[in-house]
Design a protein around this ligand. Structure first.
Ligand SMILES: Cc1cc2nc3c(=O)[nH]c(=O)nc-3n(C[C@H](O)[C@H](O)[C@H](O)COP(=O)(O)OP(=O)(O)OC[C@H]3O[C@@H](n4cnc5c(N)ncnc54)[C@H](O)[C@@H]3O)c2cc1C
Length: 380
């Protein structure tokens, strides 16, 4: 029995999304990789076709779908071998902060645009001197009356150039306890004092517009705070479970795609007069890789089912995040070894995949941080 089952509605969504990707994404990926960004119009096409923010309440334009829709998006997007159209980050990581913690006015103002793709989102936590140690962030948010004044710098922000709305984590300097001093705010593109810095040149994720963001006396209404003042740390912790699961789903999908591609290659390429797939050495390597990937898929599907049932799976998602991103990296390495000289060619799709999966053990909480969380919850 499958751990995750899909309804006809899910399957219809998958088929339509696959056609969307074949028509509007895959033919353009090479250009986006060169340009370092995905045109905003493609986000609007994706939203307009109903593939962004499936979990959002129908009241705000979504379909109120369960997390299986997010899994489908991750699976279909993984076939496109690109990272610029970061639908999972937008739909499953950033927008849930707005829907869960925004006031009614904030939700009515922003969520319909998030669903339609008119409003691309980013989440800004990392700073030049604060990555894993969120409590060490220096960006300040001073609340006075109806206004909040933001000052500081963020870096490595995905969708940083394209974003129309940033969910920003900042420190309230009037609060002494550093864990009670973080709050989350939404900041619109075009707000005076909010500027972009460099679009970062990365070893992978070439089509993703990861960027620096700067805030200099940037004033926003206090109504743009998400939730209560000082609850930022707790809100981040609460939502990180889904972020890590989303990352694990993406990692398993990536590993599955790399394995499929390698098996096809081995079946269709001859060495010494016979297909590579007939070599016992290659067969054993592929079988081991396939077993590894199946273990990852089974683990992640179980966690998706638990997440849909709203179970607390903090330890398991932390384990899944590090294990599956290591799996994706292992799979990429082993696949490239099988290919021989083709593995040195920029034109080989696996080369891009290998570069892209490398960073997965670093973001969404480094794999070392994941092990630290698991150790703590295991009472070690
Ligand atoms: C492509 C890309 C996209 C990103 N997108 C975003 C985004 O959209 N928004 C955002 O806010 N950030 C984003 N980030 C930033 C990312 O979340 C951080 O890089 C990550 O949190 C790690 O922080 P750091 O790089 O400062 O490393 P550090 O925290 O400085 O860690 C350096 C090393 O020390 C280890 N380490 C640190 N603390 C501990 C500890 N307590 N125990 C054990 N080991 C530890 C780490 O595991 C790592 O190996 C992105 C990064 C990349 C590369």
């Amino acid at each position: 029995m499958d751990i995750l089952t899909y309804t006809p509605e899910h399957e219809d969504f998958r088929q339509r999304l696959r056609i969307f990707c074949e028509t509007h994404v895959i033919p353009h990926v090479d250009r986006w990789e060169t340009e370092g960004i995905v045109p905003k119009s493609v986000w609007r096409q994706m939203g307009g076709s109903g593939f962004l923010c499936p979990a959002v309440d129908p009241k705000y334009g979504g379909i109120g779908g369960d997390f299986r829709y997010s899994v489908i998006v991750a699976e279909e997007i993984s076939r496109t071998v690109q990272t610029g159209l970061a639908a999972a980050l937008h739909s499953d990581v950033v927008v849930p902060y707005i829907e869960s913690y925004g006031s009614e006015a904030v939700k009515e103002k922003y969520l319909p645009g998030c669903v339609s793709g008119e409003c691309i989102t980013a989440v800004a936590m990392t700073e030049p001197d604060a990555g894993s140690d969120l409590a060490g962030m220096r960006t300040t948010a001073v609340e006075e009356g109806d206004t909040v004044t933001i000052n500081g710098a963020k870096t490595f922000i995905s969708n940083g150039i394209n974003c129309d709305l940033v969910v920003l984590a900042a420190r309230n300097p009037d609060v002494e306890n550093k864990y009670e001093a973080l709050s989350l705010y939404v900041i619109e593109d075009g707000t005076p004092g909010f500027t972009r810095g460099r679009k970062l040149e990365k070893m992978g994720w070439h089509s993703q517009d990861t960027a620096e963001l700067f805030f200099s006396n940037c004033r926003i209404p206090v109504g743009n705070r998400l939730g209560e003042k000082g609850m930022g740390f707790l809100m981040l912790m609460e939502k990180l479970q889904q972020e890590r699961l989303t990352c694990a789903v993406g990692a398993v999908c990536g590993a599955e795609r790399m394995l499929e591609w390698t098996m096809d290659f081995c079946r269709s390429h001859n060495r010494n007069g016979r297909p590579l797939s007939k070599s016992q050495t290659v067969q054993f390597e592929l079988v081991e890789m396939a077993a590894d990937v199946k273990i990852g898929r089974t683990f992640v599907d179980k966690l998706v089912a638990d997440h849909i049932e709203k179970k607390n799976i903090v330890v398991e998602t932390s384990m899944a995040k590090f294990w599956t991103t290591d799996l994706a990296n292992r799979t990429a390495d082993r696949a490239l070894s099988i290919l021989g000289d083709l593995a040195a060619m920029e034109s080989c799709p696996l080369v891009r995949a290998w570069r892209d999966v490398r960073v997965m053990s670093i973001f969404a909480g480094t794999n070392e941080i994941m092990k630290g969380i698991a150790a703590k919850f295991m009472g070690l």
